[in-house]
Design a protein around this ligand. Structure first.
Ligand code: ATP
Length: 245
């Protein structure tokens, strides 16, 4: 049984890495495929370019044997639809059970994904807890409520019995970390250290990603506040976006 962990990873952080490993261990998966999106269709576009995000992901995973990087969305280019990735994985892996791992925030928007109704036909869905997101299915769309009601599974051992089709809720180490928070910290001169691997933080500094500037203590609070306001208005700082690291 193989886990699929898709994301923008802009940048990869310990919330991604720890939940991937937690799910692998809890469900006894053979491996986890980390699939970085080339161009995520459901959200604002990433700040770092695809090559930079892939390089950071490689640095984060290092030689961890339980996590594999699968760059099929990078090679495919264009909009990265998970249904296309799962279809190609299914073609390669035959009847191997696949588990698509999504945080509660992502699951509550699943019905906005391209051809989303095909996804449970291609993989099981493992929904992980994420701090700040309460999975209240009463507030989900009627279509998602139906999906949940008809496919919810509480016994994880049942997942191995079929290649796809069930949905399970899986607790993971609660780490209240997001890429948005890290980008904002970097841009305002705060250190995001210990929220993400040092190797990733080093790449961010080395290549001036996310508006990294070595802001010293003399940088005025007014200037920091102005940067924060700019970020809040979604005018994200874009640096080095044209080249790979
Ligand atoms: P951004 O803040 O830019 O939206 P993000 O931190 O949410 O980014 P993504 O790359 O968009 O990260 O997320 C990929 C997947 O990882 C999603 O399924 C998301 O729910 C999950 N995820 C992200 N952060 C965490 C976390 N701290 N704990 C558990 N799951 C997480």
């Amino acid at each position: 049984m193989i886990g699929i962990f898709g994301g923008t990873f802009d940048p990869i952080h310990f919330g991604h890495l720890r939940s991937a490993l937690d799910v692998k261990q809890a469900l006894g998966l053979d491996e986890i495929r980390m699939i970085p999106a080339f161009q995520p269709p459901h959200r604002i576009q990433p700040t770092a370019n695809p090559g930079q995000r892939l390089t950071m992901l490689r640095a984060a995973v290092g030689d961890e044997p339980d996590l594999q990087i699968d760059n099929r969305e990078m090679l495919r280019e264009g909009e990265s639809f998970m249904v296309d990735s799962l279809t190609s994985l299914r073609n390669e892996l035959g009847d191997e059970p696949l588990c698509l791992i999504v945080g509660a925030d992502a699951f509550l928007k699943l019905d906005e994904w391209y051809h989303w109704q095909e996804i449970p036909e291609l993989a099981h869905i493992v929904v992980t807890h994420r701090p700040g997101w309460h999975l209240d299915m009463n507030t989900a769309s009627p279509a998602l409520q139906t999906l949940w009601r008809t496919r919810q599974e509480t016994d994880s051992t049942q997942l191995t019995g079929s290649p796809a089709g069930r949905i399970i809720l899986q607790a993971v180490t609660p780490l209240d970390i997001s890429s948005t928070q890290i980008r904002a910290m970097v841009a305002t001169g705060e250190s995001p250290r210990y929220l993400l691997p040092d190797a990733v933080w080093n790449l961010i500094r080395m290549h001036g990603l996310y508006g990294f500037l070595p802001i010293d203590n003399s940088t005025s609070l007014a200037k920091k506040a102005a940067i924060k306001t700019r970020l809040a208005n979604n005018k994200t700082l874009r640096v080095n976006t044209g080249t790979d690291i």
